[in-house]
Ligand binder design. Structure first.
Ligand code: IMP
Length: 468
């Protein structure tokens, strides 16, 4: 029997979306029932438009309210998303922020998953009263795992390197290396002890010389196999073909929110390589990292901080080593959620964000932390760079050129009033409005949302990304 569209919608209207039935899909029920009509495409992709830590967690949480499904599509537990709801603070690294609002949340195939971390994050959130079950949380069965050998390698390499990247030490890079090297353990391997044992042997053959070169003890394959087998019954209930579920929800006209981690300038192709993370962080990855394909990303919302920060090493043309830099760090509480490291701070770099707007196909931005600039008498915005006597408007690819860039600044008057907690555009001081408008002009994208404190409700909506 074929499902009629109304019946399909009815089936999907409940809290938990059932797994796709073989009957429905094999008979082409969705497509036939839709009679060739285009289904509503109302997806939003949220990405960091700078070097991460732009405040994505709060915005994703805020937008989750308007979405049916929230999907993580890259990175791993190197991310740190803080959500403040009333007097509760939730810190998420791996789980999609939608879990806090009880939305169907998917960890896509593009994410590298530390299963120990996953279970402990689930437990922490449950301890805060968040209900998490396999009805609400889905883990792509083709996602690759981060194992303790990846963390060992990440940390030992950083300790030994003269040119450190400043990674989070969570094994992200080595896990992606094994994925691309076609030897990673994937979630689905946990159901097959024989395949799992063979994969661990293969991994050991690759890692043994690396470990001994770094002075690490040999890998205990039998112990790791036993640990993974013991953990499998806790992980597998969440494992599903996420691409199939997403295909189903999109065809039923549901709204999908893709939640990026890190920032576009940490992208392994487009960022300040090699001082980047090991995944594609740009919006296009929402397609490949979820399995939804090019129809996936929809409206791209770039999260942009009103100044610039970066954690770890790498070029940063507008970095400040003075009192203003210290002020931004202190007032903005610029300390890494995952590692506790202080973030480097600097003036807003419009050239970088303009580059990000192009790389991500940004439709609109959410500007965050404007209130951190309250009280600064004079502000600067970088509009481009000087390199070898010439002016350029973008970050060049070469590392040596990147480190020689001299920012070209435009000065603007600051404001003495507070913008913290503002909930309407009208209550913003005139100079704050001028600053925001100038940013829009320089980056070539409109402000859709303005966030004026970590609190969920301190948000000014200019354009609803789900209605655009
Ligand atoms: P990895 O992702 O741990 O390999 O770290 C590579 C680089 O990305 C380092 O500079 C990290 O500080 C940075 N990084 C990774 N995750 C985040 C994040 O969530 N926010 C900001 N920077 C990050």
């Amino acid at each position: 029997m074929l499902y009629k569209p109304t019946r399909v919608r009815r089936r999907l209207r409940g809290q938990s979306i059932p797994s796709p039935t073989a009957e429905c899909l094999s008979k082409g029920g969705w497509i036939l029932a839709a009679g060739g009509k285009a289904y509503e495409m109302a997806n939003v992709t949220v990405i960091g438009a700078q070097w991460g830590d732009e405040g994505k967690g709060k915005l994703v949480d805020w937008l989750s309210n308007r979405a049916d499904v929230v999907v993580r599509f890259q990175g791993g537990h190197n991310a740190g998303h803080t959500l403040v709801v009333g007097d509760q603070t939730y810190k998420l690294s791996l789980l999609p922020s939608g879990v806090v609002q009880g939305k169907l949340s998917i960890i896509g195939n593009g994410v590298v998953v530390d299963p120990w971390h996953l279970l402990s994050e689930i437990e922490t959130l449950r301890g805060q009263g968040v209900a998490i079950s396999p009805d609400l949380l889905v883990l792509a069965d083709n996602a690759c795992l981060i194992l303790p050998i990846h963390r060992d390698l990440d940390q030992a390499r950083e300790a030994a390197a003269s040119n450190k990247i400043g990674t989070t030490g969570r094994g992200i890079g080595p896990a992606y290396e094994d994925k691309v090297g076609r030897r990673a353990v994937r979630v689905a391997d946990l159901e097959d002890p024989e395949a799992l044992a063979a994969k661990l042997d293969r991994l050991n053959a690759h890692h043994a010389p690396l470990r001994s070169g770094l002075g690490l003890p040999a890998m205990d394959v039998a112990a790791l196999l036993a640990e993974l087998q013991a953990m499998a019954p806790k992980i597998l209930p969440y494992a599903r073909p996420a691409w199939l579920l997403l295909d189903e929800v999109v065809k039923a006209g549901r709204r999908v929110l893709f939640e990026g981690a890190q920032g576009a300038l940490l992208d392994v192709d487009h960022g300040t390589y090699p001082y980047v993370t090991s995944s594609n962080t740009v919006a296009g990855q929402a397609a490949a990292g979820s399995g939804l394909g090019p129809r996936g990303p929809g409206y791209v919302l770039g999260i942009v901080k009103a100044y610039t920060t970066r954690v770890g090493e790498g070029p940063f043309p507008t970095e400040l080593h003075d009192e203003v830099g210290k002020h931004l760090g202190e007032v903005g509480r610029e300390v890494g959620t995952v590692t506790g490291r202080s973030r480097r701070c600097g003036w807003f770099d419009a050239a970088l964000v303009r580059q990000s707007v192009a790389l991500n196909g940004i439709s609109g931005i959410a500007l965050t932390k404007l209130d951190v600039l309250d009280g600064l008498p004079q502000l600067r915005i970088c509009t481009g760079y000087r390199l070898n006597g010439a002016e350029i408007g973008h970050m060049p690819a070469g590392l040596s050129a990147q480190s020689r860039l001299e920012p070209i600044y435009e000065e603007m008057e600051g404001w003495s009033e507070t913008t913290q907690g503002a909930r309407t555009w009208k209550t913003l001081p005139g100079n704050a409005v001028k600053y925001v408008r100038r940013i829009e002009e320089l980056i070539g994208a409109p402000v859709a949302l303005l966030s004026t404190s970590p609190q969920r409700d301190d948000t000014i909506l200019m354009r609803d990304p789900f209605q655009s």
